[in-house]
Unconditional design. Structure first.
Length: 124
């Protein structure tokens, strides 16, 4: 009779160990590559000037994700990489928006200058 509970306990222990191994997510290598590319795109878009807070947040989260991955905490690393990507994408969009708004203001200024020149009385 003692062998059945011992076998059951051994089976349960083995099942727990196998399920723990099966649920460990893989390192987010591809996601890290994608997030790093997004950070570079944000920098090229002018995020250092126009969306510094989001760019810095993205870079800090990427650093934390790399540290978590190095410690084997792949679930946390994956979450941080996803947040890093989102922040980098937001930084890129905000930078592009700010640059477009600046260009629109410059065009408006030019139009006003041309209108003033057109409305000025000629001195002939």
């Amino acid at each position: 009779m003692k062998s059945i509970p011992a076998a059951t306990a051994a089976f349960c222990a083995a099942a727990v160990l196998l399920s723990a191994c099966a649920t460990t997510p893989p390192p987010p290598s591809a996601e890290m590559t994608r997030a790093k590319a997004a950070i570079e795109q944000a920098q090229r878009a002018g995020a250092r000037e126009y969306a510094t807070e989001y760019l810095n947040s993205s870079m800090a989260k990427m650093d934390s994700a790399e540290a978590a991955s190095a410690k084997g905490d792949n679930a946390r690393a994956t979450r941080l990489v996803e947040e890093s990507y989102a922040d980098a994408h937001l930084a890129q969009v905000m930078a592009q928006s700010a640059k477009s708004a600046k260009a629109a203001r410059d065009v408006d200024k030019s139009i006003q200058t041309l209108q003033q020149e057109a409305n000025r009385p000629s001195t002939q």
